[in-house]
Design a protein around this ligand. Sequence first.
Ligand code: PGA
Length: 266
Amino acid sequence: MSRTIWVLGNWKQNLLREPSASLAKAIADGLPDALGGSSGVRVGIAPTYLALDSVAPHTGDGRAAPRLLAQDVGAQEAGAFTGEVGPAMLREARVQAAIVGHSERRAHFGDHDQLVAAKLQAALAGGLDVVLCVGERLEQRDAGEHEAVVISQLSAALSGLAPELDPGRVTVAYEPVWAIGTGRTASPAQASEMHAAIRRWLDTAGLQGADRSLLYGGSVKPDNAAELLAAGEIDGFLVGGASLDARSFLDIVTSASNHARSSQAR
Ligand code: PGA
């Protein structure tokens, strides 16, 4: 069974409206070529909220169009929550999926496990797909706690899902904090090992680990993408720095398409 490979760009707090629109257009224009006819790869981009409307015309549902993602989402449907942007607002802006639990949100903005769970549930209830980020800090890996930390983040976010919410719409991205924006990538073996542990946990929780695309994030670049995919457990990437340049992002998509084609041929 081949799982969909996702290549998602997280632009973080970078790019004003015009440069966001130009980057989105360059990605959309280059995508058919980068996909090279591969049907197993999908792409998404997550600009800042205020650039969603300038980026939206370059996104869509089609096989060769980037999906439009938000970098976060409010935990409530609507109401007196100053500064928040709720799921319905994102849907209106043509957003298809929201990232929740990114380590920068966890580290700098107090997004603890319960809040991440609330955001995930609000997003699903509001009709958005979700990219759930999990990952350990360096000292936790050094202490041998990495697997326990990641499983506890997963469990906090996914164990208590209301029965009417579809967990099939959640994609997990493993992003070791020590690899984000540092130029230090997890080795394919380290990433694969964690992905296998995540899949085992998803199976135990009745969430069909084997069928689910699991992403890796942390200093993914055109020159390490193929090697990470070749390790077997990784079904795509959440890309930060390298997604701010159309060429390098599209080169990662090309690696993913080559990988998808060669896996289908096997
Ligand atoms: P990076 O960011 O690719 O710049 O390491 C990844 C992420 O934060 O999702």
